[in-house]
Design a binder for this molecule. Structure first.
Ligand code: LLP
Length: 424
């Protein structure tokens, strides 16, 4: 059984929306990522509805965090629904613009923006820079002055709140590299107001990813609300509050607060400030809208355990190796077999290339299809060609249609990207 809507077993065979996964596998080969367009749209609309119900008079903008999955088909789907984008590089600005996301719906986060990126963003006319440090602010001011443009900014504030998530994706503690410490924020804003071609307009916060509780959000927003009051009393015109991303998803048995409950926290802590609210969800829009499909290459009996060796590896989906992340692993065809206990591993030459240990999966044999669930976010975007393995293609399904939205590259493309100097 899976908990992902639009990915379900019917008569023992897994469908994505109306299409049997085995049909797609026959046409494109494995491994491949598969996204449900309907799931993405529904997740987006859920956010929209939650915020418009809870905060009906508030101007809210959803800026999808492109880093979660930057495929053009994903971004175009969200652009058509009215989404903006949270970007962290010039590449992501280009991706968002190419997919039709208007520049005035783009917020630019990112720890170390460099001059060409700032220039590009200013020329595009993005909505806001989420500034991470005072040196970055100085550079934005210099570039904006040179271009005779005005840069609208918010500082990303580090509120020193524990997000209770994996250490590698927790960002809002004082020890993390992100943002301006809340204790120094008023000085930073005063500095910003004194710099040429800078328009102070907002406050931004993002405390981490895969949060499963509302309390850390609430604590962060409470601190930000007080800061906004202080900044206004210092004479700054704060009209935007960007409350970040971070709402988790169910990978295993996590119980995630509803989007409505999340919106209620925003209302309770920030609703009275009459700011435009920006949210930057990534994982909660895409995570459960996608899976990674692979084939069993071999079933190997070790000394103590059985290994299900897949044709997908850590280069295709790194989350279990990198964050000890749990992903459900299910046989695509469950029509007749019993459950067996396997270590599910990839073909890459590292012990860390393990998707799951001692996991119950329907008994499988070489050639059978296996789905690694909840891979729509931080899956394909984090893939590499390590071991000179080709990037897995991406497929999007809508109803009874499917399309390859990023093709599998050829070996020539990978190898010909290198060149050999004449002096070698
Ligand atoms: N806004 C900012 C400034 C961020 O840094 C992030 C994620 C988001 C929004 C979106 O957060 P979400 O809604 O997706 O939680 N690769 C890791 C996740 C890294 C998240 C980084 N920042 C993983 O696979 O778990």
């Amino acid at each position: 059984m899976t908990t992902q809507k639009h990915f379900s077993h019917v008569n023992g065979k897994m469908l994505v929306e109306n299409i049997p996964l085995s049909d797609i596998a026959k046409q494109v080969g494995t491994p491949f990522y598969c996204y449900s367009n309907t799931a993405i749209s529904e997740n987006y609309k859920d956010y929209q509805q939650a915020f418009s119900t809870v905060l009906p008079d508030q101007d809210t903008l959803i800026c999808y965090a492109v880093k979660a999955n930057g495929n053009q088909a994903v971004l175009s789907t969200l652009a058509k629904l009215g989404s903006g984008a949270d970007v962290v590089s010039i590449g992501e600005i280009r991706r968002a613009r190419a997919a039709g996301i208007p520049a005035n719906k783009i917020v630019y986060s990112g720890v170390a923006k460099v001059e060409p990126e700032i220039e590009y963003a200013l020329n595009e006319g993005i909505f806001q820079f989420n500034v991470e440090s005072e040196p970055e602010l100085e550079l934005i001011s210099q570039v904006a002055t040179r271009l005779n443009k005005e840069a609208a900014i918010a500082f990303r504030i580090n509120p020193d709140v524990c997000a209770n998530t994996h250490a590698k994706i927790s960002t809002g503690k004082a020890e993390n590299k992100f943002g301006v410490p809340i204790s120094k924020a008023r000085i930073a804003y005063n500095r910003a107001a004194s710099l040429p071609n800078i328009k102070v307009q907002g406050v931004d916060v993002h405390i981490g990813s895969q949060l499963t509780q509302l309390a850390p959000f609430e604590e962060a927003y409470k601190r930000i609300a007080q800061l906004i009051i202080d900044l206004r009393s210092d004479g700054h015109n704060i009209s935007v509050v960007d409350i970040g991303g971070g709402l988790g998803i169910t990978y295993n048995d996590e119980v995630i607060p509803s989007k409505q409950a999340y919106a209620s926290i925003a209302k309770k802590q920030l609703g009275h400030l009459n700011c435009k609210i920006i949210i930057e969800p990534g994982r909660s829009l895409l995570g459960n809208a996608g899976i990674l499909v692979s084939s069993v290459v071999y079933v190997k009996t070790g000394e103590e355990r059985q290994f299900l060796i897949l044709d997908a590896g850590m280069n295709d989906m790194i989350r279990p190796s990198m964050y000890e992340a749990h992903h459900e692993i299910v046989a695509v065809d469950q029509s007749q077999t019993d459950l067996k206990t396997y270590d599910v591993v990839g073909p890459v030459c590292e012990t860390g290339d393990t998707f799951a240990k001692a996991r119950q999966v329907h008994e499988s044999k070489s050639g059978d299809l296996i789905a690694i669930m909840s891979c729509g976010a931080y899956g394909a975007v984090m893939a590499s060609t390590y071991n000179t393995r080709m990037l897995a293609p991406e497929i999007m399904v809508k109803g009874s249609d499917f399309a390859v939205v990023r093709a599998r590259p050829s070996y020539d493309e990978i190898i010909n990207a290198d060149s050999v100097p004449s002096w070698v």
